[in-house]
Write a protein that binds this ligand. Structure first.
Ligand SMILES: NC(=O)c1ccc[n+]([C@@H]2O[C@H](COP(=O)([O-])OP(=O)(O)OC[C@H]3O[C@@H](n4cnc5c(N)ncnc54)[C@H](OP(=O)(O)O)[C@@H]3O)[C@@H](O)[C@H]2O)c1
Length: 314
């Protein structure tokens, strides 16, 4: 591929939103590396999607230690893209990674101990060829580890300079309330909460997590905003070859029940009445929820990303 020079108009279309009460603005549409960026994926396509994103103002990339497959390889892909294209633009990027799920064998490669979080971030930095991340998350709540241990590890990681901000993902309400207070009292306020809100799953709204984020001045970013592709035209007429559902691991065919399909068709009709694709309709709905900072989309092609970015220019 030819030498990369970022599009000079990259900040013209994208809208940015303030992340809670912080100094950080995030693009309304951010890009996730959970799927489509592993060692199993074609590197030139990964590179194209990342370039396309950055050329259109997507400054925020979301990773985790175990994204791939295999685990770790999405971070390696990003490291390669950084070296090939994006290193000159490092200060224009907001890069997140996480630890919390199973990553390496034995008792120290999972959950929420200080040992795991600290070692995992060191590994992530090596894979991504970075000396710091902008944002480091506890990827999930650990009911066995004292919350103080997990949270103090996050505080110390920021103090070490290896992450500029911290966030939490998928923590339940009361633990989230505790986390926000603990971190604030140590002058490392939680920047953002990562949870799943989409037209088919509104749990963080119903459970009060989004309201808590608003009250506490913490941003909220929604993962799987398209329900892994269900809230697009992808499955309206069956399961296409090569789709995430056809691979069947995280989005299984039995999730496409008659009820889900009926709901998708209803939303699709509403989107058509507004003259736009279902994907854009679904993303716009999330971005209208008070307290939501950004939606974190996945994309297996630049065409998908291009469609999804329309929601960010409203
Ligand atoms: N914190 C957590 O625990 C957690 C959990 C899950 C995800 N995440 C984060 O959230 C990010 C996004 O999650 P996600 O990949 O599930 O998001 P998503 O945007 O709901 O789904 C992305 C998938 O939908 C399909 N798609 C996207 N745009 C499309 C379009 N315009 N038309 C047709 N199909 C389209 C593609 O699937 P095909 O492959 O079928 O083309 C794509 O891979 C992840 O990468 C990760 O960073 C975090």
């Amino acid at each position: 591929m030819e030498e990369y020079k970022a599009d000079e108009k990259r900040y013209e279309q994208m809208q940015y939103a303030r992340c809670g009460r912080s100094g950080i603005l995030l693009p309304k549409v951010s890009l996730g590396f959970w799927h489509n960026f592993g060692a199993v994926d074609d590197y030139s396509r990964c590179r194209q999607i990342a370039r396309y994103a950055f050329d259109h103002g997507v400054t925020h990339f979301d990773l985790a230690n175990n994204y791939g497959p295999p685990y770790g390889s999405a971070e390696q892909t990003l490291g390669r893209i950084i070296d090939d294209d994006l290193r000159p633009y490092r200060d224009e990027l907001f890069i997140a990674t996480k630890a919390g799920y199973d990553m390496w064998p034995g008792p120290y490669g999972n959950w929420g101990s200080r040992k795991y979080l600290t070692a995992s971030l060191d590994q992530s930095l090596r894979r991504m060829r970075l000396d710091y991340v902008d944002l480091f998350y506890s990827h999930r709540y650990d009911p066995e580890t004292p919350l103080e241990e997990t949270l103090q590890a996050l505080v110390d990681i920021v103090r070490s300079g290896k992450a500029l901000y911290v966030g939490i993902s998928r923590w339940p309400l009361e633990a989230t309330r505790f986390a926000f207070r603990y971190l604030r009292e140590r002058d490392v306020p939680c920047l953002i909460y990562q949870g799943r809100i989409n037209l088919l799953d509104r749990a963080p709204i119903e459970e009060g997590i989004l309201d808590l984020c608003r009250q506490e001045g913490v941003g909220f970013i929604s993962f799987s905003p398209l329900a892994q592709g269900l809230l697009t035209d992808r499955y309206l007429h069956g399961i296409p070859d090569g789709s995430r559902m056809s691979k069947g691991k995280f989005l299984r065919p039995e999730m496409l029940t008659d009820d889900v399909l009926a709901r998708i068709r209803t939303y699709n009709a509403q989107a058509e009445a507004e003259g736009r694709p279902l994907s854009e309709y679904a993303l716009s709905w999330i971005l209208r929820q008070p307290g939501v900072t950004s939606v974190l989309v996945g994309a297996s092609s630049t065409e998908q990303l291009q469609k999804n970015l329309h929601a960010a220019s409203e």
